[in-house]
Ligand binder design. Sequence first.
Ligand code: NAP
Length: 355
Amino acid sequence: MKDWMIYGANGYTGQLIARAAVQAGLRPRLAGRNAAQITALANELNVPFTVCRLDDEAELHQALQGMRLVLHCAGPFQETSAPMVRACLRLGVHYLDITGEIAVFEAIAQQDSAARQAGVMLMPGVGFDVVPSDCLSAYLARRLPGATELALAFRALGSISRGTAITMLTMAGQGCERRHGRLILTPPLRDVRTFDFGRGPQPCVSIPWGDVATAYYTTGIPNIKVFVAIPRRMLPWLGIVRTLLPILRPRPVRHILRAWFRRTLEGPDETTRRTGKSIIVGEVRDERGQRVMSRLVGPEGYALTVATALLIVQRVLNGQFAAGFHTPGGLYGPDLICEVPGVVHYDGENNLECI
Ligand SMILES: NC(=O)c1ccc[n+]([C@@H]2O[C@H](COP(=O)([O-])OP(=O)(O)OC[C@H]3O[C@@H](n4cnc5c(N)ncnc54)[C@H](OP(=O)(O)O)[C@@H]3O)[C@@H](O)[C@H]2O)c1
């Protein structure tokens, strides 16, 4: 039985994954709550479909009958993952998603023993965040055994989809890092430091991305921070941005911004996805002061999400899974990301010629 489902298949990312899956000869069942869009896409791709809501348990259970795996692409996942995970555990269906949300990783990690009992694999984060960075973290932990600090920095070139913007809104106004193994809330964008993405030091600010959760499960490193590159000209404005960010937290403000994002954001076009690049720098340190860094260069973020999600779908369908909660780099090892065409690892401080 190789039946599997993409839920949220009509969204920007779900649709990219559905199209690429069919092109790769896979035959997903497309699902989501928007009957018109799901039906149209399934008919175009000539694949089966199901229209169902997440808040109707009976309908969801019915939709999952006979499925071996769900790739959940409907976010923000803080609003959508719990009912899908519950249904997967109940019906013995493996669960993958493309979240990058710390709270979601932590909530799903809590289901580890339930998943083991059910013989189900729960692997959130099979997209751009966290597959490449999780593999990089696992790789660095192997290069410096006993590392106590991990810092990851992302430089993703290109625009973002409305779903990503809406999801980032749920994290706005708050920072998060891991200290001595525990998640600690911090003021937003608190830390500023430079990372070298291959063309000299570039300023970066700390952000609450998923690796703060997942890299700990993958590597056991107790202190973790995640950063994103910002233009140097933004540095003088950071104080004002930090002060303004908490304004985004109240529900009515988010509501207005959500509606605006829905109307105005499209996501990167085909050319951007084909030509764009993402770069991740990882650095580990140990208590003796040793420091090791590596860079990973790969395709544009959404293109990478499609590739990594389908890579892991195929692994699970081929029987390469383990019951319980798992991270991509933790289960499949650091070399998983090397299977994605266009991904290159660099060690040391040398500048990159290829960017
Ligand atoms: N980790 C990564 O690297 C990565 C990469 C790409 C995307 N993502 C995440 O993936 C999510 C989707 O992004 P996107 O760009 O595809 O967004 P999108 O175009 O806005 O699509 C969102 C999808 O989720 C569905 N959805 C939302 N809330 C739902 C609910 N309560 N019940 C059922 N379906 C619901 C939508 O259905 P309707 O059309 O019916 O509203 C739509 O199918 C976001 O959370 C984004 O952050 C993560």
